[in-house]
Design a protein around this ligand. Structure first.
Ligand code: 13P
Length: 255
């Protein structure tokens, strides 16, 4: 059985005090999670260790970084390595978010390298993919997303796939209030799973957790998570308010 995950990507929001209060609020209302239903919190780098200390005794809640360096160590001013992230208490790292691809010119080759260094340092990877509106309008979103996954992940060996989570985030739905319909999400998630099945076999594809991201909120999470191939969500805006994030976690618990 593949895992269901609700992950909160805080992006560049929350100072230490605000982050502390948010995590405290989430923990207060958190239902009992289990190995099949987990929560991930991705604060800014500077909050990682503090967030880890807040959640370390809570089962099935994990901390993620939002990015990592392509490099392991050395003279790379301003960079943070996967090793440092892991050492600070994170167990996941988000790689390939569309904001990193677009604003920081992260290429497929860099994302493949980041994935390798993350896995080598014992982190699990939440690998993001998703098409811009122009591609959706042209009807070529399946090919576009497939190419992103092949370039970023398909150099991996089969045994490494257990440490990969895929997040499908259509760019036109991120922060826009415009959610993909559950049918659009399901269609793409099924496509993603079929692409992994063709490369790695059906068993690996069936075990792959595929999250949806893009204006996911308590009011639409249940319908999205009811889709056969949607295994949870990567949440931006709604992860910044404890009650909204908890509402989405509840939708996962009931799915
Ligand atoms: P929103 O939930 O704010 O649309 O952001 C989604 C996202 O980019 C999560 O990584």
């Amino acid at each position: 059985m593949r895992k269901k995950i609700v992950a909160g990507n805080w992006k560049m929001n929350m100072n230490l005090d605000e982050g502390h209060a948010l995590v405290a609020g989430i923990l207060k209302g958190l239902p009992e999670l289990n190995a099949d239903k987990q929560v991930v919190i991705a604060p800014p780098f500077i909050n990682i260790q503090h967030t880890f200390y807040q959640i370390e005794d809570v089962d099935y809640v994990h901390v993620a970084a939002q990015n990592c360096s392509t490099e392991n160590a050395g003279a790379y001013t301003g960079e943070v390595s996967a090793h440092m992230i892991q050492h600070a208490g994170a167990s996941y790292v988000i790689i390939g978010h569309s904001e990193r691809r677009e604003y920081y010119n992260e290429t497929d080759a860099m994302l493949a390298q980041k994935t390798d260094t993350a896995l080598d340092n014992g982190l699990k990877v939440i690998f993001c993919c998703g098409e811009p509106l122009s591609v959706r309008d042209a009807g070529t979103e399946n090919d576009y997303v497939e190419a992103q996954l092949k370039a970023g992940l398909f150099h991996l060996h089969k045994h490494q796939l257990a440490n990969i989570v895929v997040a499908y985030e259509p760019i036109w739905a991120i922060g826009t209030g415009r959610t993909a319909s559950s049918q659009q999400a399901q269609d793409m998630h099924a496509h993603i799973r079929s692409v992994f099945a063709a490369q790695y076999g059906q068993a690996i594809a069936d075990g792959l957790t595929i999250l949806y991201g893009g204006s996911c909120k308590p009011s639409n999470a249940a319908e999205l998570f009811a889709c056969a191939d949607v295994d949870g969500g990567l949440i931006g805006g709604a992860s910044l308010k404890a009650e909204e994030f908890l509402g989405i976690i509840d939708a996962m618990m009931q799915a």
